[in-house]
Design a protein around this ligand. Structure first.
Ligand SMILES: [Zn+2]
Length: 209
C-alpha cells in the first residue's frame, strides 16, 4: 500500500493527537503518532510536543529505512520497524493511556495479554467473532528503542499458535500501547477498542478477584 501526501497525513496525525489528549491518553507530552507517506517515508511527531496542540511544524518527515533524525521521538525506530515489516500498515498511534499502563504492568510476567469472549474484539480488522482468542504481546520496556524494535519485529514475524489471532498492537510493560491499522481511521478504531478491552479486563479482574 502506498502512503498519503503530506497535508492529508499531517491532518490525520494532528487529529489523532487531539483525540488522544481529550481522553487523557498522552499525559505530559507523552505518546507519538505517525502516518505512512508516499515514497518510503513517514510523518511522525517530534519529541516533547503537546499532542493535543500539534501543528505541522511539530511533525517530521522520516525515511522508513534510514536512521531516526535528531529531534524526532526516541520511539521513532519502533514506528519505522512496523512500516518496514508490514507494507499494509498505514498509521501507527502510540499512547500512555492509564488502562494500557496498568494492564501491561499486570501482564508483564506473562509476556502476553489474551482477550477472549468479548464482542468488541470484532472492532479489530479481520476478526469476525467473539469466539477467538486475540493475543496482545507484552514486551519489557527498554530505553534502547532500536534493540526493542528488533525484539518486536522478531516476535511479530513468528506465527501465533493455533486458535490465536494477533491483535493489531502490542503493549510495553509499564509504558503503553502501540496500535496500527491500514488507515488512520483503522488505527484510531483499534486504539479505541484496545482501551475499552483493557479497561473491561481490569474491571473484571477487580470484580472476580
Ligand atoms: Zn511511549
Amino acid at each position: 500500500m502506498g502512503g498519503m501526501g503530506f497535508d492529508e497525513a499531517a491532518a490525520a496525525v494532528i487529529q489523532a493527537g487531539r483525540a488522544a489528549a481529550a481522553r487523557g491518553w498522552v499525559p505530559a507530552t507523552s505518546g507519538n503518532f505517525s502516518v505512512r507517506l508516499d515514497g518510503g517515508r513517514m510523518l511522525v511527531t517530534r519529541s516533547g510536543r503537546d499532542k493535543g496542540r500539534l501543528v505541522p511544524a511539530d511533525l517530521a518527515e522520516v525515511a522508513i529505512d534510514g536512521p531516526a533524525p535528531a529531534g524526532t521521538s526516541a520511539e521513532t525506530p519502533l514506528h519505522q520497524a512496523l512500516y518496514r515489516d508490514d507494507p499494509a500498515i498505514g498509521a501507527i498511534f502510540h499512547v500512555h493511556s492509564p488502562a494500557s499502563m496498568l494492564i501491561s504492568h499486570l501482564r508483564a510476567g506473562d509476556g502476553v495479554l489474551a482477550l477472549a469472549g468479548w464482542e468488541l474484539q470484532k472492532a479489530f480488522a479481520g476478526i469476525t467473532t467473539h469466539d477467538v482468542t486475540v493475543t496482545v504481546p507484552v514486551f519489557p520496556n527498554d530505553q534502547d528503542t532500536v534493540a526493542l524494535a528488533g525484539r518486536v519485529s522478531a516476535h511479530l514475524a513468528t506465527p501465533r499458535p493455533g486458535g490465536q489471532v494477533a491483535a493489531p498492537g502490542y503493549l510495553l510493560a509499564g509504558h503503553g500501547i502501540y496500535a496500527w491499522g491500514a488507515t488512520p481511521a483503522d488505527a484510531e478504531r483499534h486504539l479505541d477498542a484496545f482501551d475499552a478491552l483493557f479497561s473491561l479486563s481490569l474491571e473484571l479482574r477487580r470484580i472476580a478477584g
